[in-house]
Design a protein around this ligand. Sequence first.
Ligand SMILES: [Zn+2]
Ligand SMILES: [Zn+2]
Length: 218
Amino acid sequence: MKINNKILSIPPYISTSWKNINSILVDQSGQLIILLHSNAKIIIPNLDKSIINVIFDAHAKYIENEEKQKQKTDAFPIPFKIGTEGLESLSANMQHNPAQSTAPDLPEELINKITSIVKVMGVEDPETMPKPEPNCNCVHCQIARAIRGIKKGEEDEEEISEEDLKFRLWDIKQKGEKLYLVTNPLDKKEEYNVFLGEPLGCTCGSKNCEHIRAVLNS
Ligand SMILES: [Zn+2]
Ligand SMILES: [Zn+2]
């Protein structure tokens, strides 16, 4: 006889996993009756009352477990297996899913678990980690953000490269043929005229200044 939260085995009457069992009951004469999902009915007479209690306990535990599992998967119906198989499969299995961009926040506990896995695995280069899409709350993006330690809405800033920053430093307006007005957008009083003809020059006095470079790059 084997009774646990997975299996019910009472030879020679029955041996099956709980998932095949619909319900169990005891009739008036004290016989245990097991109803299977297949509609089969198994009657087991002469069981000790203590054993019947164990069987009922095991079934109750099984149902509780099932309910918990079900709630978890209902809340996050997403491929979500992290553990021994590690991060490679985490990023491979998980994809940004725009359809879930308004998904609820993952439980903090889960986020912490994932980030601690990442730390344990000693990921050096965050660029190899999944990348979040701005303002997306799908599971992929939430996790990607957690791993990278950024908050929602901060992705944009991260995307600005050094190159972009240089371009933003100067407003450039063409004033005439080969003549450009270069202004600091943060301080309009700071402006220079750059001439790209002969002789090349800038009103700042240098021939190799960032104003000339900004015009050439524009
Ligand atoms: Zn996403
Ligand atoms: Zn200059």
